[in-house]
Design a protein around this ligand. Structure first.
Ligand code: ATP
Ligand code: MG
Length: 256
């Protein structure tokens, strides 16, 4: 995308009505959150997207991790150069998001050259967050997934403000530190009235390739609530596990 997307929203909250309008046609929005980094949010988000697509839904992913935008890689399992087209005028344009394996991807990596960092402070990221949500063509999308960076900082707050009807899937790993941090994510969701759709324990265990025995990778710390999905260490995409989880836990809860 050649456009400088940070130029056209002048006032702080000026794009909120446009965002609401643009997203109002999408029936389901699900954000993937965690307390701690590296627990597998992006991986779970990518596998969710692929499972939902396989079930016949039209899926888009908003990569809200502007400093580590890697959802396209997680979907495709290789480096993808994302290029979006912007059509229209400076003040009223539409971004046509690229597709990766049939999934629309809206990401800051669309405006970055490969390997280049987005070195922006909060206010500029806030503008980009708004503009991507306000101007991306997401017509016909059934489910919008949002891949968040870890924690309860700016991007999570942006999400709660800009997509208040988003439901949340929380990912953690069974290690004391991650469990302590994920409690804060759960509190964040509760405080901001974001429904917790499901909880995923990732890196739940590994299986010995020689004897088949399962063993803990971390210290086995537990949350008070039982997770809806326990994902082991996997070499390949967890299609079966995620597919089953989506069919049995996610879809029925969306209909409530
Ligand atoms: N169940 C799994 N089995 C094997 N590898 C996994 C599993 N889940 C995630 N990974 C790997 O762990 C690494 C971290 O995963 P990922 O990037 O999804 O975490 P994240 O929570 O999105 O990180 P960040 O907080 O930096 O955004 C990646 O290399 C990913 O491929
Ligand atoms: Mg990530």
């Amino acid at each position: 995308m050649e456009k400088n997307t940070s130029s056209s929203s002048k006032g702080g909250l000026s794009l909120f009505p446009k965002i609401r309008e643009n997203l109002s046609q999408i029936p389901v929005k699900i954000a993937v959150m965690s307390g701690k980094g590296g627990v597998g949010k992006t991986t779970v988000c990518a596998w969710l997207a692929l499972s939902l697509k396989k079930l016949g839904f039209k899926v888009a992913v908003f990569d809200a991790d502007f400093t580590g935008p890697n959802i396209a890689y997680a979907i495709k399992e290789k480096v993808v150069s994302l290029k979006a087209k912007a059509v229209g005028t400076e003040d009223n344009y539409t971004i046509i998001p690229p597709e990766v394996d049939g999934i629309k991807v809206v990401s800051s990596s669309m405006i970055l050259d490969e390997g280049k960092a987005l070195i922006w402070r909060g206010p500029l990221k806030f503008k980009l967050f708004q503009e991507l949500l306000a101007f991306s063509d997401l017509r016909d999308v059934d489910i919008l997934l949002i891949d968040l960076p870890p924690g309860t900082g700016d991007e999570s707050l942006n999400l709660a403000q800009m997509i208040p009807d988003a439901k949340v899937i929380i990912v953690y790993q069974p290690a004391t530190l991650a469990v302590e941090d994920v409690k804060r994510s759960m509190d964040f969701a509760k405080t901001l009235n974001l429904e917790i759709l499901a909880i995923v324990e990732n890196f739940s265990y590994a299986v010995c390739p020689k004897c088949g025995e399962k063993f803990d990778i971390f210290d086995g710390a537990k949350l008070k609530v039982e997770p809806d999905l326990k994902l082991p260490i996997l070499k390949e995409k967890a299609f079966e596990e995620l597919f089953d989880f989506v069919q049995k836990k996610v879809i029925p809860r969306l209909k409530k």
